[in-house]
Design a protein around this ligand. Sequence first.
Ligand code: ZN
Ligand code: ZN
Length: 337
Amino acid sequence: MKCPTCNGDCILPPDKVLADIFGKYMACSACPPDPGYNKSVPISEKFNGLSGKCPKCGKRHLDFVIGNVLTILKEKGLFPRDAALKDVGTPLIAFGFKVPYPPRLGIKSLVLIMDSVTQDIANEIMIQVPEVRGVIKRVGRQSQSIGILDTTSSPHTYELLAGCDMRCDVVSSLLGEICVYKNQSKIHIEFNNTKIAKMEELFFKGEIENATVVDGMCGPGTLGMLCILAGARKVVFNDAWLPALENTILNLKINSSLLGIKINFEKMDHHELIGDEPVLLASAKGNAQVMVYHGDIRKLEMAVRDCDICLIDTFPAMDPSRFMAACKDISKKTIII
Ligand SMILES: [Zn+2]
Ligand SMILES: [Zn+2]
């Protein structure tokens, strides 16, 4: 499957991702050792595209890649000479999972989120630092979530300045593994593993098997897909933010053999960014019946009723209680994840 953002090879099938993931960022026998830089202290060393490069596998330790970016920022005068590695920004590896060692990076394997960067410098980073897949400029505070808080708020997105922002989180659970692709300038950055543990707990309590489940604020579709793996009879994905659902549909397609489903309907002519009354964007059949709705959860009862469970996964800054009444109309039980 071609990447919908850059038409490149950012999207790999899960069997390939899962087969390679444990060795993907590992040092080879010839890789230089961990340079041991203190990321918080000023660093005077200059880095270029060859700094720290392994003569055998061609990969570089994350610190050399970030150092390469830092040198560009200093040479262009955007950063002071005493800037440290950690000042560069938030590095997200292209296929995210809990890497138990400092990652060694190959070509186009890092999406960088930066507070201070210009369009010109982003272009320069893409030219000079081959490991970078995309440069995203953070807008607003780090704590401010990407997307929409509710259908009356205006969307908050980061700005993709150069390259591609598509990356994947490998979600590993007792229910199975899935690959969750995200356009990282438009989708909330997730570091929270407690949600997966909560889903496992629900499964072991017998709440999900054969149930009809609504993933009420589904984002890129992680919780709903875990419900399919857990044996739910029917899963309804809903979100008010169209970019999230575009990722959900992509994820249902790319994980279809793991999930045992097949897309049988997809609406192609829908471009409203923020949903209101529910619009069916896609459906799938197989191990579970799957529906994907774009809309305000407070109006979802117009299309969906009598479900067993409604899962609510809101942004950290949002009070979920305001959606509880809406969930009562569509399902017997509401669970805040
Ligand atoms: Zn791409
Ligand atoms: Zn190597």
